[in-house]
Write a new protein. Structure first.
Length: 124
């Protein structure tokens, strides 16, 4: 009789699954649910957190956007920002409002933003 052994990733079956972490450079890791928005600042990115604090990392916004591709709650309304839609308040013709901040939606990305918001609103 042979004994079979195998490994199971614990976070898939855990009662309290591990929250996804975003590596933002310099060994810093943030939980994806604590990030409100990210703003491009030349070759740096300013990360606004739910606590109200801001963190500047030496990773540009394009690299961080690639790391967030699997997270559907993040959207890039223009070249300068990535927004966590968990903190989205409202939208008008040209702006998203996130935690009291007005963020311009570019003409090129307007239909994508509206489509993603519709998908988000249809979820239970």
């Amino acid at each position: 009789m042979k004994t079979l052994s195998y490994t199971v990733k614990a976070n898939k079956f855990s009662v309290n699954p591990v929250k996804p972490l975003l590596h933002v450079g310099s060994g810093k890791r943030l939980s994806t649910d604590e990030i409100v928005m990210l703003e491009a600042k030349a070759n740096y990115t300013e990360v606004s957190l739910i606590s109200g604090s801001k963190l500047t990392v030496s990773t540009n916004l394009g690299v961080i956007e690639e790391r967030l591709v699997d997270y559907e709650n993040y959207i890039r309304p223009n070249r300068q920002f990535i927004v966590n839609l968990d903190f989205f308040e409202k939208i008008n013709a040209d702006y998203l409002f996130v935690k009291g901040r007005e963020i311009k939606v570019s003409r090129r990305r307007k239909s994508e933003v509206k489509q993603q918001l519709q998908v988000l609103n249809q979820k239970p």
